[in-house]
Write a protein that binds this ligand. Structure first.
Ligand code: F6P
Length: 343
């Protein structure tokens, strides 16, 4: 078979490990020819390709990013986009396409599948907010990076008797904030799913400091927002999928905390550091399993499916199920575990 591979959306540690596994099994076991599309859906729209083979993948297992490049291009937002995608696949005689991406990339994949394209999806996002899979690869790495950062912030916060607000990624869901906040011993964790009350945040910090303890780390997801009408936030631009460009809630929060409590407060925005660099061993293994499962799905003709982790098994689920609804945090973990350690 001739199989195309693309990586779309924000890059994520483990992408190369998925591609490597697809290539290895496709070439060595199935005898396939592989074509890499550059920069996500943009590469399919523009027929921009690169050869993919076992030799090209050497040394990529521990490497972050994606050797294919990525973009947030949405073919459904481009004049004649879906037709151009189909024309490229036809001209290059591609039998099937493996799309590795998050909600947006797989949303496009699902629509194209419904229009007759042979597609298999692989779930990717450091945010872990994709439904139908227990976990996406890249999440474990992002949580580890954030946890390491929080550990480091503790010692400097303690030395100066400060509050430090640590802003992590997660625009619609607070999985990274919740996990790294628990792992890093945060005094407060603020997530998009639970709009916060700034008065409550400050009261809890005051109570914590008045009990003779000092230094607090507040972990906030970039998509966290205050309860309606309690704090004004600046408007931001939109990307091709209509997402607001976030980043900045940490600054607002730090200013408010300092002025309301009088505690010296600093902010650290972890940003893209959470997406860069080498994947953890867990993510390398998950990525490898997903890659093997994806090429096997192609050979089984299981199109319109996404590979997913359920418990300890890698299974296939309909793409439609994966992109239907965002997976939000486990409220029980937030309220009955994390919250026990607030203030
Ligand atoms: O890929 C997911 C993500 O890392 C989000 O956590 C974050 O909001 C967004 O991407 C940032 O996107 P960009 O890299 O385009 O600024």
């Amino acid at each position: 078979m001739k199989v195309g591979v693309l990586t779309g959306g924000g890059d994520c540690p483990g992408l190369n490990a998925v591609i490597r596994a697809v290539v290895r099994k496709a070439e060595k076991v199935h005898g396939d020819q592989l074509i890499g599309f550059r920069d996500g859906w943009k590469g399919v729209l523009e027929a921009s390709t690169m050869p993919l083979n076992v030799a090209a993948m050497r040394g990529t297992l521990p490497r972050g990013g994606t050797i294919l490049g990525t973009s947030r291009t949405n073919p459904y937002k481009v004049e004649g986009g879906p037709e151009r995608v189909k024309a490229t696949l036809r001209d290059l005689e591609i039998d099937a396409l493996i799309a590795i991406g998050g909600e947006d990339t797989l949303g496009v994949a699902n629509k194209l599948y419904e229009e007759g394209v042979n597609l298999v999806g692989v779930p990717k996002t450091i945010d872990n907010d994709l439904s139908a899979t227990d976990v996406t690869f890249g999440f474990d790495t992002a949580v580890q990076i954030a946890t390491d950062a929080i550990d480091r912030l503790h010692t400097t916060a303690e030395s100066h008797d400060r509050v430090i607000v640590c802003e992590v990624m997660g625009r619609h869901a607070g999985h990274i904030a919740l996990y790294s906040g628990i792992a890093g011993g945060a005094a407060m964790i603020l997530v998009p799913e639970e709009p916060f009350d700034i008065d409550d945040v400050c009261e809890r910090l005051k109570a914590r400091h008045s009990a003779g303890r000092f230094a607090s780390i507040v972990v906030v997801a970039e998509g966290a927002s205050p309860k309606e009408g309690t704090l004004a936030l600046a408007e931001k631009g939109l990307d091709a999928f209509g997402h607001v460009r976030l980043g900045g809630i940490g600054n607002v929060l730090a200013e408010e905390i300092e002025s309301r409590t009088g505690f010296e407060t600093r902010v650290t925005i972890l940003g893209h550091v959470q997406r860069g660099g080498t994947p953890t061993a867990y993510d390398r293994i998950l990525s490898t399993r997903f890659g093997i499962a994806a090429i096997d799905a192609v050979h089984d003709g299981a199109f319109g499916q996404m590979v997913a982790l359920r418990g300890v098994q890698v299974v296939r689920v309909p793409l439609a199920e994966a992109v239907g609804e965002l997976k939000t945090i486990d409220r029980d973990l937030y309220h009955h575990v994390a919250e026990v350690f607030f203030n």
